[in-house]
Write a protein that binds this ligand. Structure first.
Ligand code: MG
Length: 361
């Protein structure tokens, strides 16, 4: 399942306010004992699933609301409260309730897809359970991870390109600030204080189960799913000034998305094509099997020292060809478009904007 964090666009409100009432009325919400849906309540981020196929492919299903409607049709008492307890509307709480929450999410998605295909089923489109892609704003699937662990030099070609000497015997892990996360519709902002920002396309692993001292052979069971990531860095703060943490952690330096693809859809995360394109020019291309330390090893190593918690994100390293290591170093510039595309996982696309020099405080 492709899980997203979304908000209905305000500009998608029907012109006639009575339309909204009619949509809901057509479902008979009151008869079902449901509070009318207020789809445009500001700041109402919701958990959704992307419809995978058919005429509504790409549309987003409001999972919690869909479950409430399903339960109402099954004559379950207090369906909304029940849906809230079974299927939270934010990803961190959703992950903490795995695997049950995922089962309820599946049943809610199935209910909607089957209803679309059936003539005598509830009109799920008119009820606002199915939102076309253009009518939702997507956020990072994990809007605020507990921590972001990233690994340096995890692809041999990249490590040698960066001038590393002997390959390390264990993964070199570092942190990025969770406040750096942005989603697929946000811009990467080059801080006025930096003159050298580049990006690395990476496979991101989202932890679904608390992991402490997990053996390699069990490590992938702790993974909830995967998304694409850009590991953005201000290079002029890293090597020359030894500001490794802040150089990796500027606001907007951790784009994630577009969705969390659940682990069951990725039978082998170590054999995925991955490529990065900046403003149409290919920058990096390869396969995740080239990782020096595979995902299971990274999780086993990290969890030997610290607890990995649901919602933690692990960036698994980057391929050769990253900007700062190329002969013609490719710095990001105002107006660039960064695309990270990973087989089965999706394509994350972010515009780049320079912070004006006079905007500092
Ligand atoms: Mg990286």
């Amino acid at each position: 399942m492709h899980i997203v964090t979304f908000e209905r666009r305000r500009d998608s409100a029907p012109d006639d306010p009575r339309d909204s009432a009619r949509r809901l009325g057509s479902m008979g919400d009151a008869a079902l004992g449901l509070e009318p849906l207020d789809p445009h309540r500001p700041g109402a981020r919701r958990l959704g699933a992307v419809i995978p196929a058919g005429p509504d492919a790409g549309a987003v299903v409001d999972l919690n609301r869909a479950l409430a409607v399903k339960l109402a049709y099954e004559d379950v008492g207090a369906p909304e409260a029940e849906a809230d307890s079974l299927l939270p509307t934010d990803l961190l709480r959703f992950l903490r309730r795995l695997p049950d929450s995922l089962e309820f999410a599946r049943s809610a998605l199935e209910f909607v897809v089957e209803s679309i295909e059936s003539y005598d089923a509830p009109d799920v489109r008119r009820a606002g359970l199915v939102e076309p892609r253009r009518r939702v704003r997507l956020y990072a699937p994990v809007p605020r991870p507990g921590k972001i662990l990233a690994v340096a030099g995890n692809y041999p070609a990249h490590a040698s390109q960066r001038g590393s000497e002997e390959p390390s015997v264990e993964p070199i892990l570092f942190l990025k600030a969770p406040s750096a996360v942005i989603g697929p519709e946000d811009e990467i902002v080059i801080p006025a204080a930096s003159s050298y920002v580049d990006c690395e396309g990476e496979l991101a692993v989202v932890i679904g189960r608390a992991a402490r001292r997990v053996p390699i052979e069990d490590a992938l069971e702790c993974v909830a799913g995967y998304c694409a990531a850009s590991d953005v860095s201000a290079r002029d703060f890293q090597e020359p000034r030894a500001q490794h943490f802040i150089g990796r952690s500027c606001d907007t330096f951790a784009p994630l998305g577009p969705s969390l693809v659940t682990a069951d859809e990725i039978p082998d995360p170590q054999d995925l094509a991955i490529r990065t394109v900046v403003s149409g020019a290919p920058q990096q291309s390869g396969r995740t099997k080239e990782m020096r330390f595979p995902i299971a090893r990274l999780i086993a190593f990290a969890s030997s020292l610290m607890t990995l918690e649901p919602g933690d994100v692990l960036l698994t390293g980057t391929l050769s060809g990253v900007g700062s290591a190329q002969r013609a170093g490719r710095r990001l510039r105002d107006g660039d478009v960064v695309e990270v595309e990973i087989e089965r996982v999706g394509r994350l696309c972010n515009y780049v904007r320079e912070e004006p020099a006079d905007s500092g405080r």
